[in-house]
Design a binder for this molecule. Structure first.
Ligand code: NAD
Ligand code: IPM
Ligand code: MN
Length: 358
């Protein structure tokens, strides 16, 4: 399966990629992903950006003025590690850089494949790669993530805090349509929409109506709806039911960490933030993992698979497949980092993947 969400663009042998290692293990895993990218595409143009908690603590800058526009106009992709640091409790650098890019570049599709590469890595009994092979279309520009809301009587016993959930017809329709287009194009003909419309009468009722309306245009696609609590249960009980899942921003965040574990662990899950035809941002699903940062033991496979998604989206699906095969070979040979029971360092796993690129 290619994860490219649009018909492949003409392959560019010299794409321009903006690189943000970011915080914690971000730079460690991105360095390995970049070894793979430059080995497969020697003509790639990389520009590194010093952004994240260190920069913010040094000079107070999260996103320099004009940089988002440069990414939009001058680059083909953004490759990002992770943002989050205990020294910045309000997470302002993640909000400005990661959420900032999602919102300002209007990257409305957060594409998160859940694919088991090595059966031994699945925590579920008797499940193999044919059972865990789905892709999540997470809405990425609205929902509960916009920061609309407020606090009243802060730090008093009468405090009120409101976090508004935004669901627009345009926003819901374009993510639902992206899921159906993917199902049509790839022949993965089952789309499950998940919401909580039994409790949330306004916004999630909109999801229900839009889903039915868009589905009518894709009669060949099998559709299904599950409340998100049941979806979480069913993903664990019988993951083979699912091919394409479409859901809102927050639910998509939660179920893709669950999905990461089904595919072998959070160190194996990649993702792309996409608006077809525009610059995309590619990042592992995991965070900055402060508990293991600086030790050289973070699993770089999620970042490497993410690099594969990026190359697939840039018109090189064959390179994406080669990267996936190389990671699979490493998993099968137990060439893995400690959290998967191995003894290799981040860099040694990077080398093992490089050696198996063929
Ligand atoms: P996390 O994903 O960073 O870590 C959760 C657990 O998984 C930790 O035990 C960690 O050691 C482990 N883990 C994660 N990635 C791993 C890898 N590649 N190899 C081995 N083990 C790995 O989640 P968290 O602890 O909730 O978040 C830490 C910080 O990262 C927070 O500030 C959070 O907001 C941020 N975050 C950022 C992103 C992003 O930038 N895309 C994503 C998720 C979380
Ligand atoms: C992710 C992360 C982010 C999210 C955080 C860091 C804001 O968890 O990319 O999955 O919730 O989208
Ligand atoms: Mn997350």
């Amino acid at each position: 399966m290619t994860t490219a969400n649009a018909p492949s663009t003409a392959p560019d042998a010299h794409p321009r990629i903006a690189v943000v290692g970011g915080d914690g293990i971000g730079p460690e895993v991105i360095a390995q992903g970049l070894r793979v990218v430059t080995a497969l595409l020697p003509g790639v143009h990389l520009e590194h950006f010093d952004l994240g908690a260190d920069r913010y603590l040094r000079d107070g800058v999260t996103m320099p003025p004009g940089l988002m526009e440069r990414w939009r106009d001058e680059f083909d992709a953004i490759y990002l590690g992770a943002l989050g640091d205990p020294r910045v409790p309000d997470n302002v650098q993640a909000r400005d850089i990661l959420l900032g890019a999602r919102f300002q570049l209007d990257l409305y599709i957060n594409l998160r494949p859940i694919q088991l590469l090595d059966p031994r890595r699945c925590p579920l009994k008797d499940r193999g790669p044919e059972d865990v092979d789905m892709i999540v279309f997470r809405e990425n520009t609205e929902g509960l993530y916009t920061g609309i809301g407020g606090q009243f009587k802060r730090d008093t016993p009468d405090e009120v805090a409101i976090e508004a959930e935004i669901n627009t017809r345009k926003g819901v329709e374009r993510i639902v349509r992206a899921a159906f287009e993917y199902a049509r194009r790839t022949g993965r003909g089952k789309v499950c929409m998940s919401d909580k419309s039994n409790a949330m009468r306004h916004g999630h009722d909109l999801w229900q109506r839009v889903f039915r309306q868009v589905a009518a245009e894709y009669p060949e696609v099998e559709t299904r709806h599950l409340y998100v609590d049941v979806l979480a249960m069913e993903m664990v009980r019988a993951p083979q039911q699912f091919e394409v899942i479409v859901t809102n921003n927050l639910f998509g965040d939660i179920i893709t960490d669950l999905g990461a574990v089904l595919q072998g662990g959070i160190g194996l899950a990649g993702s792309g933030n996409i608006h077809p035809g525009r610059v995309g941002l590619f990042e592992p699903v995991h965070g900055s993992a402060p508990d293991i940062a600086g030790k050289g033991i973070a699993n770089p496979m999620a970042a490497i698979l993410t690099a594969g998604m990026m190359l697939g989206t840039l018109g090189h699906p064959e390179l994406e497949a080669r990267i996936r095969d190389a990671v699979r070979a490493c998993l099968e040979a137990d060439l893995v980092t400690p959290e998967l029971g191995g003894r290799l360092s981040t860099e040694e796993v990077g080398t093992a993947v490089l050696d198996r690129l063929g």
